[in-house]
Design a protein around this ligand. Structure first.
Ligand SMILES: C[C@@](CO)(OP(=O)(O)O)[C@H](O)COP(=O)(O)OP(=O)(O)OC[C@H]1O[C@@H](n2ccc(N)nc2=O)[C@H](O)[C@@H]1O
Ligand SMILES: Nc1ncnc2c1ncn2[C@@H]1O[C@H](COP(=O)(O)OP(=O)(O)O)[C@@H](O)[C@H]1O
Length: 292
């Protein structure tokens, strides 16, 4: 038996860091939303009890370092499942990009194996398990739009933001999330994003207020490491984007655009500069059916 599960990327509409915690993580407040750029995770039942993994991108680890492999192992051990699985990841989301590709693969594996192994766990139970793999995995279990707090694992669901186009551009460099958080001086952050205003923009489906409320405190850290991020931002703004921000720890930058005519102009300007450019839509509200 084989099932295919979609693993969509996320973007951070806001990302605020409130404090550094004694456990080494940072206390965050982030508004996140899924977009329709997705990996495909195929899960094939193995009766011999083994867990194996293959990925279309050869540089992604295919062992326990892979978040999807970790997810399968965790679920199998916790619920003493005798069956195994072969995981195949068709990679479409750029890696180490601030788009949570690995976390989404882990979440898709948890959702898919819940079906394939007949475990009947709730989404909340899957999210709790997911938090053991990474801070972004619980959000990826639900998808849609949410306010994430704690180290990112506490999820409060939000309605769909105003419909718009999202143009993603990733410079040809990877960024380590741990390095970016490591270089942030949380106590010295001067400008915090207006999270409350972003929540209002989403509940009112107010596109221009959403664009005005974008903010990410990790941006300055990554900008220092990767000057291309600034160049991409400047190019998007000069080409007429309504709102521009780096996603997560970067280096992917996204532009929000309401009018389709502008999308082509921005896409063409970016394609002359970087190879990885994607035009996508926000997926909006939480939709277990769509993700399962
Ligand atoms: C920055 C964000 C924003 O959505 O995403 P990405 O840029 O990775 O996509 C997340 O906070 C990333 O979440 P995730 O990638 O799951 O991080 P984890 O595996 O849990 O942690 C990786 C490392 O990042 C640091 N970390 C992560 C989360 C957090 N709240 N505080 C931290 O300091 C820690 O050093 C940790 O060891
Ligand atoms: N399924 C996976 N897909 C991508 N990267 C993975 C996966 N599992 C583990 N990794 C490792 O996790 C690191 C971060 O990858 P990724 O999740 O794409 O980053 P980000 O959260 O910044 O978008 C990569 O360097 C990669 O080696």
């Amino acid at each position: 038996m084989r099932i295919s599960v979609k693993a969509p990327a996320k973007i951070n509409l806001t990302l605020d860091v409130l404090a550094k915690r004694p456990d080494g993580y940072h206390e965050v407040e982030m508004v996140m939303t899924t977009v329709d750029l997705a990996d495909r995770v195929d899960l094939t039942l193995r009766e011999d009890g083994l867990i194996t993994l293959d990925c279309s991108a050869s540089f992604v680890p295919d062992d326990i370092r892979n978040h999807a492999y970790k997810a399968a192992t965790l679920l199998k051990e916790r619920y003493q499942v005798s069956q195994g699985v072969h995981v195949y990841i068709d990679k479409q989301i750029p890696v180490a990009a601030g788009l949570a590709g690995g976390s989404s693969d882990a979440a898709a594996t948890l959702r898919g194996l819940n079906q394939l192994w007949g475990l009947q766990l709730t989404q909340d139970e899957l999210a709790e398990l997911g938090a053991q793999i990474g801070s972004d995995v619980p959000f990826c279990i639900y998808g849609g739009t949410a306010l994430a707090t704690g180290r990112g694992e506490k999820i409060e669901h939000l309605g769909a933001p105003a419909a718009c186009w999202v143009i993603l551009a990733k410079p040809p460099v990877g960024v380590s999330t741990a390095d970016v958080y490591g270089q942030l001086r949380a106590a010295e952050i001067e400008t915090h994003p207006p999270t409350g205003q972003m929540l209002r923009a989403i509940s009112e489906q107010n596109f221009s207020l959403m664009c005005k409320s974008l903010g990410n405190v990790l941006e300055t850290v990554t900008l220092d490491m990767q000057p291309q991020v600034r160049q991409i931002k400047d190019l998007m703004i000069a080409s007429g984007a309504d709102g521009v921000l780096m996603s997560g720890s970067g280096p992917t930058v996204f532009a929000l655009v309401q009018k389709e005519a502008k999308v082509h102009r921005i896409y063409n300007a970016l394609r002359g500069f970087v190879k990885d450019v994607f035009v996508v839509r926000m997926l909006g509200t939480q939709d277990g059916e769509m993700l399962a």
